[in-house]
Design a protein around this ligand. Structure first.
Ligand code: FES
Length: 470
């Protein structure tokens, strides 16, 4: 375990730790563009230069292992001057389109310019122009002249997504990032290239030009799109969600200090990241519904609860079906209230899976229901009243639709999936309108926070169960 000195502070570092990693872990920030904690070292941007006592030249701290007795200076006059020069080189051909750039507000070129350079341009020649708004894949657009060629996106595709869809072409100031011959950026993780891009070269088609990032508020949550349970930030303004971004508390807490300065530290699949749209569908239900000959019509909550309570009170057997979309707290409340409870889960056709992040089970809490020993819905289920939480996959639907129930009650947030034969629908709060915990595929229990108050007459399952008890 080498002991070295950085800016006058004595530090013990693990063998093999780089100067940059040791500095960040000990509260000393060294600017960096091409270095990313979860990617291989490239060492091309040169902004992380530091001075090592006794050595003739400045060295890149991201690719320099700490050695016993080493004395490092991150802010000496030569380092400060070199950083200004590096910034000047990086900005020579960078377009001055910050006012219309989507990265404004979270751009490391802007941030470092104000923090380490503040030097006006001395470049009088015409800048090298490259292609703008290049459609490189279903989810990402590229602006080649904003790119500083740090190669994070290229390394992300090769090392994390394991599909070398991006490459760097040409030489010198003609260099540009592009898709490899015959390829598009269409791996299931393509939007992470936008996160790792330290500038505005790669932008999300879904998010670009929708909202200035400084207006967004963040709430920590967990992606409910599959059983992996990736930690996320939900970013919103004025009751509207604009994007989900990865959040990895472990990486931040254990290794590094300033998440806002170092950018994103974990990854999400595109499908999960874009699934935020499911929680603000136009087909959302806001009030209780009752079926009639003319279809479903609104019914007051008091009347809906009266009908459901009467049916349950007069039924010899009420069957509850809890969904693996529900939180642990919702499942606990439901199971305590209904004696006969089975479990179900969403099973989309052609559900994808890989050995990176994506799990075939598209439910965030199946593991918890399994741990409570609740059985799957049997084929021969019968009773008087059926209470379904969320919805049923086709197989489970077939088990209940042909049986003559006295009353079928469904609790859901979305009109388009109401099960055939439902008599009363109670509107559920969406995932973003409740808080609770989920147990992922590996048994890790994580909490998620409420972003918005439930809209209209919607309530979470715990509240509906409480009202049914009264
Ligand atoms: Fe060290 Fe780019 S961060 S060279």
């Amino acid at each position: 375990m080498p002991t070295f000195t950085i800016d006058g502070k004595k530090i013990d570092a693990k063998d093999g730790t780089t100067v940059l990693q040791a500095a960040l872990a000990n509260g000393i920030f060294i600017p960096h563009y091409c270095w990313h904690p979860l990617l291989s070292i490239s060492g091309n941007c040169r902004i992380c230069l530091v001075e090592i006592e006794g050595r003739p030249k400045l060295e890149v701290s991201c690719n320099l292992a700490v050695a016993e007795g080493m004395v490092v200076r991150t802010n000496s006059d030569v380092v400060v001057a070199a950083r200004k020069d590096v910034m000047e080189f990086l900005l020579i051909n960078h377009p001055l389109d910050c006012p219309i750039c989507d990265q404004a507000g979270e751009c490391l070129l802007q941030d470092y310019h104000f923090k380490y350079s503040k030097r006006g341009s001395r470049f009088k020649e015409e800048k090298v122009h490259k292609a703008k708004v290049v459609d490189i894949g279903p989810n990402v657009k590229m602006d080649q002249e904003r790119c500083i060629l740090c190669s994070r996106c290229v390394r992300f595709c090769a090392e994390i997504a394991k599909d070398s869809e991006l490459t760097i072409a040409q030489r010198g100031d003609s260099c540009y990032v592009t898709t490899a011959p015959g390829k598009r950026l269409e791996n299931p993780y393509s939007l992470n290239t936008v996160d790792v891009c330290p500038v505005g070269a790669l932008t999300s088609k879904d998010f670009r030009f929708k909202k200035r990032v400084w207006f967004l508020k963040q709430v920590p949550s967990v992606c409910p799109h599959c059983s992996n349970g990736c930690p996320i930030w939900i970013e919103y303004e004025d009751g509207v969600i604009y994007r989900w971004r990865p959040r990895s508390e472990d990486v931040i807490r254990e290794k590094y200090i300033a998440p806002s300065q170092m950018g994103i530290t974990n990854f999400l699949c595109d499908e999960g990241r874009l699934s935020y749209k499911e929680w603000q569908l136009a087909s959302r239900i806001f009030e209780p519904l009752v079926s009639s000959e003319e279809g479903f019509k609104n019914i007051g909550a008091i009347e809906a609860l009266r009908l459901v309570k009467n049916a349950i009170a007069n039924s010899a057997e009420t069957v509850g079906v809890i969904s693996a979309q529900s939180s642990c707290e919702e499942a606990d409340a439901f199971i305590k209230f209904f004696k006969s409870v089975y479990r179900t889960k969403r099973e989309p056709k052609a559900a994808s899976e890989d050995d990176i992040i994506i799990k075939r089970d598209k439910n965030p809490n199946a593991n918890y229901l399994k741990s409570l020993n609740i059985e799957n819905l049997p084929a021969d289920v019968t009773g008087d009243v059926l209470v379904i939480v969320d919805t049923l996959p086709e197989d489970d639907m077939m088990k209940v639709v042909n049986f003559k129930w006295k009353l079928v009650v469904q609790l859901t947030h979305d009109r388009s999936l109401i099960v055939p034969g439902a008599d009363i629908v109670l509107p559920l709060a969406t995932f973003t309108e409740k808080e609770g915990t989920l147990v992922n595929h590996a048994g890790v229990r994580q909490s998620f926070s409420k972003v918005f108050e439930p809209k209209g007459g919607t309530r979470n399952l715990v509240e509906w169960v409480e009202l049914l008890k009264k």
